[in-house]
Design a protein around this ligand. Structure first.
Ligand code: PHE
Length: 341
């Protein structure tokens, strides 16, 4: 029996040495110390011993049990420490590994063009206004001197919301002239960028939604010379000192006299090419002196005050600025296009 105990002890200790994890340890614990384990098996035979031998063997068996329990505990601690060591090594963060590159977005070319334009006007003391895209026909037409039945109410091919044509998607940013006159103190210097809507078919130069930037100045003694001077300054800042402009007579119901302003083609320098459709010039905006009737309708004394206004087509400006050939590219949001700016 003594030999058996010694054998169990030796075997158990050597088996522990090759234990790899907690499961191995558990199996060994059951094998040697469990209810049906080897040590228990030996203890069950104690009854056969003589009364003198029994305490001696009992003591020995207890020593073996204690030794095995200690060994199991020590081994368990060793394995846990090793597991922790391994986790620390495996999960270590190498802060010297280069990070994943962050792809930064940037502004849409239309926003870049608008920001440039805003900066120029803010530098000249203008305030930037925003107004509703769903507009009342009274602001979009009536108070801009285009009363019921005026041809502009159909030639602008408007998106109306109701049967009697009182609510609409604004067809121009000019209603912001009226909204500014209505709410602001004189003198007024504003620009008002935003979306406008017309029932146009989509092609290289037309879209049912596009952007305008309205501008208006009202003060005492304001003349057409101020309009030309201001717009020429803007064009020079946008397109460089050599950029030439020309003003052609035109008609708008809310300005008198009215004009359109062209910029000399940047591609051919005025000789005529496909970009300017052979004209040598590219139309950029409509403008004019605010019609006295428009001033009066908004309660401004046209005997004391005069003003001018303009409406720039922002897509057109951006297309010239970035040499974009087709308007549709601006709205399609194809990243291969957008990445170029
Ligand atoms: N609203 C006009 C248009 O859409 C442009 C314009 C604005 C003309 C201001 C004169 C004064 O064509």
């Amino acid at each position: 029996m003594k030999e058996q105990l010694a054998k169990i002890r030796a075997e158990a200790i050597s088996a522990l040495e090759s234990a790899k994890d907690a499961a191995d340890l558990d199996a060994l614990r059951v094998k040697y110390l469990g209810k049906k384990g080897e040590l228990t098996g030996v203890l069950k035979m104690m009854g056969r011993l003589s009364p003198e031998e029994r305490p001696v063997m009992g003591q020995l068996a207890n020593d073996v049990r204690a030794a095995l329990e200690n060994a199991l505990e020590a081994c368990s601690q060793k394995l846990e420490a090793a597991a922790l060591e391994r986790r620390l090594r495996d999960e270590a963060l190498d802060v010297t590994i280069p990070g994943k590159p962050v792809v930064l977005g940037h502004q849409h070319p239309m926003n870049i063009a608008l920001e440039e334009l805003k900066d120029i006007f803010i530098g000249m003391g203008f305030t930037v206004l925003e107004g509703p895209e769903v507009e009342l026909a009274s602001y979009n037409f009536d108070r801009l001197n285009a009363p019921e039945g005026h041809p502009s109410r159909d030639w602008s091919d408007t998106f109306y919301f109701d049967g009697d044509s009182r609510v609409m998607l604004r067809s121009q940013t000019s209603p912001m002239q009226v909204r500014a006159m209505e709410t602001m103190d004189l003198p007024i210097r504003i620009i008002a960028p935003g979306r406008v809507y017309r029932k146009d078919e989509v092609d290289a130069t037309h879209s049912p939604m596009f952007h305008q930037v309205e501008g208006m100045v009202i003060d005492k003694g304001v003349t057409m010379a101020d309009l030309k001077g201001t717009l020429n300054t803007v064009v020079e800042q946008l397109y460089g000192a050599g950029a030439k402009t020309r003003f052609r007579p035109h008609h708008f119901p809310f300005t008198e006299p009215s004009c359109e302003m062209d910029v000399q083609c940047h591609k051919c320098g005025g000789a005529g090419c496909p970009t300017c459709k052979g004209e040598g010039w590219i139309e950029l905006l409509g403008a004019g002196m605010v019609h006295p009737k428009v001033l009066e309708m908004s309660g401004i004394d046209s005997g004391t005050y005069t003003g001018w206004a303009f409406g720039i087509g922002l897509e057109r400006m951006a297309m010239r600025r970035f040499k974009i050939a087709d308007l549709r590219l601006i709205f399609e949001n194809d990243v291969r296009f957008l990445e170029q700016f």
